[in-house]
Design a protein around this ligand. Structure first.
Ligand SMILES: *Cc1c(COP(=O)(O)O)cnc(C)c1O
Length: 413
């Protein structure tokens, strides 16, 4: 039988840091999974863990969901890559545009990273302007324009947050704090070279951090007044907060939207879409280049369609999931020193006396206390994302027994 520690030692000789994505490098070594079903991961040591990480978001219906699996399997019988258009991509595009009033057209890519990279290029191509603004601590994938160090503030030009990102390029990315419309207004009023403002409407990668009342409306008004495109990065919130994501929940129409994660039913996907006049700038309709061997691949399209159909037939799952995170919230002791934050099926316990409103406040959390809690949860059989700054998720597969375990774990924080 394999064992996680041995596997990790071998992996370190082949994969940098032993892993294929940095967040997976749990110390001292990650557990290796051999299978997953419903809300439960099974490790190579045959340990069962209630999964609140869910692949970092895509698995709204849990692991190996039978409906999604059937759709993928029947597509596999017909092949899984053609290099030609398919009817499937029309079907899924129609569904996604129908779910998002801000989207007339879209392009399928393979990851959320590609989606935000392409959306930012498109914003530059459409407006003819050079710079972009992001939210401090906002995560939009692993490409150069968004790997910008935190703490550079609204008035300065961005500096790289990774070796290999050119300072010249990073300087074209500015940052403002979340929940601070004044900082955005000030930045945009002093610069007429801003193409777009990209924002996770509900911050998921250091959160959830929730928008103050009126914040997203203010962001829409300020960007419109300055002729700056508003990009909602809904790679997490899309189909997570409900059908139509944050833009429907908060009734905002961004100019461009990026999706990923749930939209592909758990297979790799990215989507960027928006107003027709903007999307028609994309190649081959227009001069902004985008292409991909795996764009709109048939297996992902089939999984995405199955997910979409399921959600439209069972829209009540969102209220049920919200009720389940409320149950966890209630379990947190009133004497606890931290703060429980939730929205729908996104939740987190922050080791801080009040809910963080932005990146600076999130960074004040007691990460040592988080680490102790995380380890306690794991030994009780619950896998939470291994960072104070990654949102937890629930799926429809989290049933009574999993909820009992979660309530027990959270009653001890
Ligand atoms: C996960 C994520 C991305 C990147 O998506 P990948 O598919 O991992 O490239 C981009 N934006 C947000 C908000 C995300 O949560």
């Amino acid at each position: 039988m394999s064992n996680s520690e041995t596997l990790f030692n071998e992996a370190k000789t082949l994969l940098p840091g032993g892993v294929s994505s940095p967040v997976r490098a749990i110390k001292p070594y990650p557990f290796y999974v051999k299978s997953a079903k419903g809300a439960v991961l099974t490790t190579v040591e045959d340990t069962n863990l209630v999964d609140c990480c869910l692949g970092y978001g895509p698995l709204l219906l849990g692991h190996a969901n039978s409906v999604i699996k059937a759709a993928i399997s029947s597509q596999l019988d017909n092949g899984w890559l053609y290099g030609t258009p398919t009817e499937l991509e029309i079907d899924l595009a129609k569904r996604i545009c129908g779910d998002h009033p801000s989207m007339d057209m879209l392009r399928f890519v393979s990851t959320g990273t590609e989606a935000t990279m392409a959306a930012l290029r498109l914003a530059r191509g459409f407006t003819g302007k050079t710079d972009i603004v992001k939210v401090e601590g906002g995560f939009h994938g692993a490409h150069d324009a968004v790997l910008i160090a935190a703490g550079s503030g609204a008035t300065t030009h961005g500096t790289p947050d990774s070796a290999g990102v050119l300072p010249d390029f990073a300087a074209h990315t500015r940052q403002v704090p979340y929940n601070d419309p004044e900082a955005l207004e000030e930045l945009l009023s002093k610069n007429d070279n801003i193409a777009a403002f990209i924002i996770e409407p509900v911050m998921g990668n250091i959160g959830p951090i929730l928008p103050d009342d009126g914040y997203l409306k203010a962001v829409r008004e300020i960007t419109a007044a300055h002729d700056v495109l508003l990009i909602f990065d809904e790679v997490i919130t899309g189909y997570r907060l409900g059908i139509g994501g944050a833009q429907v929940k908060f009734d905002i129409r961004p100019d461009l939207t990026t999706l990923g994660k749930i939209a592909g039913g758990g297979l790799p996907i990215g989507v960027f879409g928006g107003r027709r006049e903007i999307l028609e700038m994309i190649s081959p309709a227009g001069p902004v280049y985008n292409a991909g061997t795996f764009n709109a691949n048939p297996a992902t399209m089939a999984a995405g369609i199955a997910m979409n159909k399921y959600l439209h037939m069972h829209e009540d799952i969102y209220a049920k999931l919200d009720e389940r995170t409320r149950q966890i919230e209630e379990a947190v002791s009133s004497k606890a020193s931290g703060t429980f934050v939730r929205m729908g099926s996104m939740f987190k316990y922050f080791f801080r006396s009040s809910a963080p409103r932005n990146y600076t406040e999130a960074k004040q959390c007691d990460t040592d206390a988080f680490r102790r809690f995380w380890e306690k949860a794991l030994s009780a059989g619950v896998f939470l994302p291994p960072s104070q700054f990654e949102t937890n998720f629930l799926s429809t597969a989290h049933g009574e027994s999993e909820m009992t375990k979660l309530v027990q774990v959270y009653s001890q924080c």
